[in-house]
Every structure is written in C-alpha cells, then in structure tokens.
Design a protein around this ligand. Structure first.
Ligand code: MN
Length: 512
C-alpha cells in the first residue's frame, strides 16, 4: 500500500471510530510551550497548540503519538511498512522453495506477558521472529501467512480486541479495526477466533503444509490450537528460515546496529572513566545502565556481567554484589537495545587505572589474540565462526606458551586443548535483534556481507589452578567487539569507539 494512502486511511478510520478531526490536527507539538510571558492572543494560541494530546491511542508508539521516537510513516524506528511486507514475502518464497507442497500456512505467535509477582509483569519483550515479520509490539497476538496453489498470498494479524476495562489497567491496544492499516496486513481478526480460523483453513486446505515453531511459543492456547488443527507431527518449524532472513542485515538494520554499538561503547567508556576502587559491582552496573538509557537505549540488552577480581573467572557471573578492591580488575560484559537492535561488548580494566605486572601480561596476550582474530574476519567468504574458534585456541595457546603458562612441549591439538582450559567458551555468536541472534543458524557456514557477529576471546584462571604460577590465579579477562561483515573482504568494527588499547585504557581510568 502506498504510504500516503496508508496515513490517509489511518486518518479516516480514526475519525470514523473516534470522531476526531484528523490525525494531523492532533499531532503532539514537538516543542513545549514557551514560558516567556506572551500576549493573551499568543497564550491562547499556545494553549491550543499544546493541548490536548490525541484521544486516539495505539498498542505501541506511532509517529502521531511518539514523534520523538518515530519518523514519518515509521512503524518501528527506521522501518516503514514496505520493509515488513518484503520480509513476509521473502519468507513465503523461502517456504515454497523448501518443499514440494504448494499450499502453506505459517503461524508466528507473539510473546506473552511474564509475571514477576502477582499481577505485576516484567518489562515486556516481544518474540523477535514475530516482531521482525509484523512490527507489532503487543502480547497475545498471532501473525499468519498463507499461500495457495496459485501463489495467492494472504497475511492476517490476530490481535486483542479493544476492551475498555483491560485497557484501563494495561494500556491501549491497537485493536482489530486499526490493525490492518497499522501493520499493513490483509486482514485483522480477534485473537479469540484463531481456533475457528485455523480449523476452517485445515478443512479448506487438507494438503496445506503448516509451519509453526512449537518450542518458541509461550502462548499455551496457540500451541494447543495448532496442535489440534495441524496434527503437530506434520508441522514444521519456520524458525530456521526466518533466521536465514534475519542473519543478513538490511541497510536500516546495519544503521541501527551502528547506533546501538555506539551508545553502549560510549556508556562503557564513561563507566570506566568514573570507576574507582571500593565501588561495588552493583554501582558500576547502575552507571552503565544509566549511560545507555541516557544515550537513547530502551534498556540493557541482557543482565550484565560486572565482575571484580576473581569473580571474572565465573563466565556468567551476574550477582554483581561485591566491592571492587584496589589492585583488582573489573570485567564488564554489557550491551543495550536501541530500536530493537542489540550491542554486546566486554571490556576488562584495572579499577585503579594501572595494570599490575601479571594483569598486564595477560591483557597484552588477549589484546593481541583479539586483534589477530579481527584480522581473520577479513577473509569473508571463507572464514566461519567455528574456524575462528579453532584459530583462537591455537593463537591463545601459542601466546600463553610464550609467557610460560602452557608447557613448551604442547603442540597442535594438544596446544589447542590446553588453551581451551583457559577459555572454555566459543569466540563468537551472531548478533542482531537478540544477543545470541539467529541461534538456529550453524556457526560452520561462511561469513557473508550483512552478517554481524562478536569476537570475544577470554582468559580465565581459577584460584585453584595449581598448574599456573600463583600470581596469575584468580584473574579473568575478556575483550569483546561487534563486527559487521562488509563486501570486498572488509569489516566494520561497530564497537571501535569503546576504549581497549592498554595505554588509552589506563589513561581513561586514571584520568591522566
Ligand atoms: Mn557476546
């Protein structure tokens, strides 16, 4: 649908439903009213401009209600309807090319609300596959895509109907009437009618193939309905195909990845700059969270690891409740979500601004390995993430051997194995809307332009490692950057502005 037509349609539907003049008459003023004592005429004018907010409401930000978040015609920051429509079309094409079946029905559910305690929900986070295809931020919704033998396509959104009482408590819903124009789908239906709709479909299309990701669906009713209607054993998961699309970022997605990485880089720089001995991990967590949000992020993308001293040797340490003492390092693994896209950065720094000798030795080894691994990604088309992991083990092994932490006798596979004891996690994962993005995509496929991945080697030496000289025990380090693969064997290190050079790091933290 033409975009201007789309907005006109919204305007018409809205005025019809709510008897308001038009969407544009109700746009919230971008600037607050001036406080300089104006003439009565200007005062009246200002009053008129500033109030009231539009009585219309949607289940999520829209350009008319949130002009500070969304540009004209955008459904999500940076994205207009045609991008979502193109994604849905691409998925239907992929599904058709994957099997002999001619008729297909894809069912993609939203997430549901999760509760922290009685009636108190956690911050809602949408199912990213559903969000990628629909742009819809509401819970308890379902998107269906159909294609018949003649290639006719149909896209339907099942949404929560308007409900005055429920909306009083949980906020507005977009509702069945507005959903087709807001999300650019052919039809919208009350989610309560999903069972009837699917039953009718299964009678009308007995050979239709049903695609549904049972594992990722937390809407119990929907799982049961699809199970009853689609005979679950014949149902296939579309997750792998959706992830195939999500793996390669579009221009807009690349731009959002750049922004989310910049926001988190800056936040971590500020956090490092303001860190001092005797601060708690909890306070450093609060700082990085604050700086990310002030930079425009919605929230941190995951519970960060803020680990002082030997806590850094626990890879998923998230207690973040210890005091960081003078002479210790801090390992911070944090990232934010900006416009639905995620950054994932790790930096390790000395809390007092100066690495001790053993800390410096390990930091230099790790920084060298990380730099060389970034170089390896410039063989785009050949390198895979699993190969990058093997390369890390060998390089880490070699350098740890040089500083005397691995016996000189270790060679080849044995050397790699010895290094794995120092870094028992993978060196990379894909990154995008989720931190561990597109998890159904194998890490043994060649990297191609448009992919984003992390590069995160680490060195962790437990306090009980008797095979390592005492001064190195209890040290844990990781350096993690986010990388966009570009054409022509080029890469863009999206987190480049986050300080990691040893000297710059010491200067930043010590305030020199
Ligand atoms: Mn990571």
């Amino acid at each position: 649908m033409n975009l201007v037509k789309f907005y006109n349609q919204i305007r018409t539907v809205r005025s019809r439903l709510l008897q308001i003049p038009s969407a544009y008459d109700c746009i919230i003023p971008r600037r607050p009213c001036s406080s300089n004592a104006p003439s009565t005429a200007t005062q009246n004018q200002a009053k008129k401009k500033c109030s009231p907010r539009p009585p219309i409401s949607f289940g999520q930000p829209m350009p008319v209600t949130h002009p500070h978040l969304l540009g004209e015609f955008e459904l999500l920051p940076g994205f207009r309807l045609p991008e979502f429509q193109a994604r849905r079309k691409a998925l239907l094409a992929l599904v058709r090319s994957h099997t002999g079946a001619k008729e297909h029905l894809i069912v993609v559910p939203s997430a549901n609300k999760k509760y922290m305690s009685d009636k108190i929900p956690y911050v809602f986070r949408q199912n990213t596959d559903f969000l990628y295809l629909s742009g819809c931020l509401e819970p308890d919704s379902v998107l269906t895509l159909e294609v018949d033998g003649e290639g006719n396509e149909k896209c339907t959104m099942f949404v929560r109907p308007k409900d005055r009482h429920a909306e009083l408590w949980d906020g507005p819903r977009t509702g069945v009437e507005l959903a087709p124009v807001v999300f650019g789908v052919d039809e919208a239906v009350n989610v309560g009618e999903l069972k009837g709709y699917l039953t009718k479909y299964s009678f009308g299309h007995p050979s239709g193939m049903v695609w549904f990701d049972e594992k990722c669906c937390d809407l119990g009713d929907v799982r049961k309905i699809v199970g009853d209607v689609g005979k679950l054993e014949g149902v296939r998961s579309p997750a792998g195909l959706i992830h195939k699309l999500r793996l390669i970022k579009s221009e807009v997605e690349m731009e959002l990845m750049r922004i989310t990485c910049k926001v988190a880089s800056k936040a971590i720089n500020r956090t490092m700059q303001e860190s001092r001995p005797q601060q708690s991990e909890h306070q450093l967590f609060a700082k990085v969270d604050y700086f990310c949000r002030m930079g425009g992020a919605s929230y941190l993308a995951y519970p960060p690891v803020v680990a002082g001293g030997a806590n850094a040797t626990v890879i998923h340490y998230v207690n973040n409740n210890q005091i960081v003492r003078d002479g210790e390092m801090v390992l911070m693994d944090a990232g934010c979500e900006f416009g639905g896209y995620t950054s994932d950065i790790t930096r390790t720094w000395p809390i007092n601004g100066e690495f001790s000798e053993p800390q410096r030795i390990l930091y230099e080894v790790l920084a060298q390995v990380q730099k060389e691994l970034l170089g390896c990604l410039q063989h785009a088309g050949g390198e895979t993430l699993d190969q990058l992991f093997d390369t890390m083990c060998l390089k880490l092994g070699k350098y740890l051997q040089e500083v005397g932490l691995i016996p000189k006798s270790a060679q080849g596979v044995e050397l790699g194995r010895a290094a794995y004891k120092f870094c028992p996690h993978h060196v990379s994962h894909y990154l995008g809307m989720d931190v561990h993005d597109t998890p159904s995509i194998s890490r043994s496929i060649g990297l191609t332009p448009g992919m984003v991945c992390t590069v995160e080697p680490g060195i962790y030496i437990g306090k009980d490692r008797r095979d390592v000289p005492e001064e190195f025990r209890g040290l844990g380090l990781r350096i993690e950057d986010d990388v966009l693969i570009l054409p022509d064997k080029q890469i863009e290190v999206l987190t480049e502005s986050c300080v990691k050079d040893l000297r710059q790091l010491e200067a930043l933290v010590s305030g020199r």
